[in-house]
Write a protein that binds this ligand. Structure first.
Ligand code: HEC
Ligand code: HEC
Ligand code: HEC
Ligand code: HEC
Ligand code: HEC
Ligand code: HEC
Ligand code: HEC
Ligand code: HEC
Ligand code: HEC
Length: 332
């Protein structure tokens, strides 16, 4: 039976899906000049300064206070002593928007139960700008020289897929322009729903437990090294940053095909313990045959086929110690 609740969940789910899809339909990339044009704002408007913008009315006081309290808003120009970043840095010149706005008018409107709006249509229409233009607005200051971490931005999978800076750095959410590591997962899940599910599988990296963070492994702005925006240049290097003891080199390595941790491990989560992509012995039987061992009981021999190979081959990640036969069989 279809209950109201399940219908509701279904429609919410659909909404989320549709939301994500719109993000993924990328538009043809235009020449940078076209985006620049979108950012100039009205040519007949002038810059009037934040104080003039905001003095007649207090609707935006919280936005102003938050910005002033942020690292970005706190920067003062060495020359003029004025804030380096103010409302007009992003919203464009404001003279037309505040034309005719006086304190008297605002008061009068208020007495008539009306909130005075500025002529915000004369400002840059940020909400409808294509993502590359929105990002360009930030990049005019955060050039690769000024913000080194952004030097790969143009090749970044987010940039290419119409994700803009302000999708992750919500300018007016509060004074913190960078979400704290423990809140990043939720921020990323907005668009990466499937990853959330992975981190709730029985075996998983402790992201939900706030011991490991998306940003330990991924660099949101980086990513010419791997498609998956890893901080390191290979999966193995990424993993052994924390699991140092698995790095090697060992006298007896477990072959090249097993060199990549992903041969056996999922990166986020898995239904199998130890993040394995398949359970033992099946994991090992993909590449090896089960075997008999002379001198062990028939019970034990059975076990060789049906239990964990790593009960005996415990040093599966490599070892410096030869096995009884003098070979590298990873038994110790
Ligand atoms: C670093 C760039 C930047 C600065 C500086 C900035 N804004 Fe914004 N502002 C944005 C962006 C981007 C948006 C669109 C956000 C969104 O997606 O809704 C926005 C949206 C807004 C909105 C519309 C929000 C809504 O809920 O509809 C208002 C109002 C606003 N800004 C006021 C201000 C004021 C006032 C200042 C100065 C105190 C300011 N902004 C400074 C980037 C900026
Ligand atoms: C007018 C120049 C200018 C513009 C435009 C600008 N920024 Fe900034 N931003 C700065 C300066 C200066 C700093 C402080 C120094 C630094 O961290 O590089 C800063 C700092 C930041 C920080 C770091 C805050 C912290 O707590 O460390 C973030 C994140 C940021 N900006 C995001 C953005 C985004 C997103 C946009 C576009 C919506 C943008 N900025 C547009 C100049 C600008
Ligand atoms: C997919 C999400 C995402 C997008 C898109 C994004 N950022 Fe970030 N940004 C982050 C996160 C997360 C951090 C925290 C640092 C870290 O651990 O990677 C950060 C850090 C920063 C910082 C702090 C200094 C630094 O490099 O650590 C600045 C400045 C910044 N971003 C600016 C930008 C600008 C400008 C853009 C657009 C060109 C942008 N970001 C796009 C997620 C994003
Ligand atoms: C506003 C939506 C949005 C947010 C927020 C976002 N992403 Fe993405 N991300 C995308 C889109 C769109 C793509 C490209 C399409 C795809 O592969 O899903 C992408 C691609 C990626 C990829 C590469 C995927 C692949 O298949 O190779 C990684 C890794 C990634 N994002 C990590 C992150 C992390 C980590 C965060 C949080 C810091 C984050 N994203 C936040 C939208 C987003
Ligand atoms: C322990 C390291 C680690 C952590 C933590 C981590 N990832 Fe990943 N992620 C990886 C690796 C490794 C890959 C696959 C890289 C490859 O094969 O190129 C990957 C791939 C991805 C992809 C591409 C699709 C896929 O699953 O292959 C997305 C999207 C992604 N991660 C998002 C996230 C988000 C969002 C978070 C935080 C909630 C996160 N990751 C936390 C290591 C990590
Ligand atoms: C930022 C550090 C970090 C990185 C990078 C990292 N791990 Fe982990 N890993 C952890 C932590 C923390 C745990 C949990 C340990 C615990 O709970 O005792 C863990 C646990 C594991 C486990 C055991 C899981 C279980 O269910 O017991 C495996 C297997 C593993 N990681 C493999 C990997 C692989 C493969 C990579 C590369 C894709 C990787 N790790 C990258 C920190 C990291
Ligand atoms: C040939 C398959 C295989 C490959 C390749 C592999 N592992 Fe494992 N790994 C296993 C198996 C099987 C277990 C569970 C049995 C055990 O405890 O030894 C395991 C367990 C682990 C554990 C949790 C238990 C412990 O020993 O700490 C970590 C962490 C781990 N692997 C990290 C890695 C890293 C990092 C890499 C890449 C350098 C890697 N593994 C490559 C098969 C593999
Ligand atoms: C992706 C394929 C692959 C997987 C999965 C794999 N191995 Fe291997 N393994 C190899 C290759 C290739 C060699 C090198 C074979 C050689 O040199 O003859 C090897 C070597 C070995 C050796 C040493 C054999 C010798 O003759 O030197 C043992 C023991 C071994 N693996 C056990 C395991 C166990 C146990 C597992 C499961 C946890 C496993 N392997 C998973 C590919 C794999
Ligand atoms: C009861 C312990 C035990 C179990 C369980 C076990 N092995 Fe072994 N394995 C050994 C011993 C002992 C050797 C021989 C060591 C030597 O030559 O020094 C060996 C040798 C091997 C070799 C090398 C064979 C050769 O001809 O050189 C491979 C490959 C291997 N095992 C794979 C596996 C796989 C795959 C499994 C799981 C299906 C498994 N083992 C389970 C104890 C075990």
């Amino acid at each position: 039976m279809i209950t109201k609740k399940s219908l509701l969940i279904f429609f919410l789910g659909m909404l989320i899906l549709i939301g994500c899809e719109t993000l993924k339909t990328s538009r043809p990339i235009m020449p940078v000049k076209e985006y620049e044009k979108l950012l100039v704002g009205r040519l007949d408007a002038n810059y009037v300064g934040e104080d003039n913008c905001l003095k007649t009315c207090h609707t935006h006081d919280k936005k102003r206070d938050d910005l002033a309290a942020s690292t970005m808003g706190a920067q003062l120009s060495k020359k003029s002593g004025m804030p380096l970043v103010d409302c007009e840095s992003c919203h464009g010149p404001g003279s037309l928007a505040i034309e005719g706005l006086t304190e008297e008018k605002v008061k009068e409107d208020l007495e008539n139960g009306k909130e005075t709006a500025c002529n915000y249509k004369a400002l840059i229409d940020l909400k409808n700008l294509p993502a590359p233009a929105l990002s360009l607005m930030c990049l005019k200051c955060h050039s690769a020289n000024a913000t080194f971490n952004l030097h790969n931005w143009n090749a970044n999978v987010h940039a290419i897929n119409d994700v803009s800076c302000s999708d992750c750095h919500e300018i007016h959410k509060g004074p913190d322009l960078i979400v704290s590591p423990k809140d990043t997962a939720e921020m990323c899940y907005k668009c990466h729903q499937e990853v959330r599910a992975e981190f709730y599988l029985p075996s998983h990296h402790p992201v939900a437990e706030h011991k490991v963070f998306c940003t330990d492994c991924h660099d949101s702005h980086g990513g010419i090294l791997t498609e998956s925006l890893l901080r390191m240049s290979t999966v193995k290097e990424q993993c052994t940053q924390c699991h140092v003891e698995k790095e090697g080199p060992f006298v007896f390595e477990h072959a090249e095909s097993a060199e990549n941790c992903s041969t056996c491990h999922a990166h986020h989560g898995s239904v199998n313990n130890n993040l394995l992509i398949a359970r033992e012995p099946f994991l090992c039987l993909q590449c090896h045959e089960g075997h008999k061992i002379s001198g062990i009981s028939s019970e034990e021999r059975k076990a060789v086929y049906y239990t964990r190979c790593t009960d005996c081959h415990s040093q599966i990640h490599g070892t410096d110690i030869p096995s009884a036969s003098g070979k590298g069989i990873f038994t110790q």
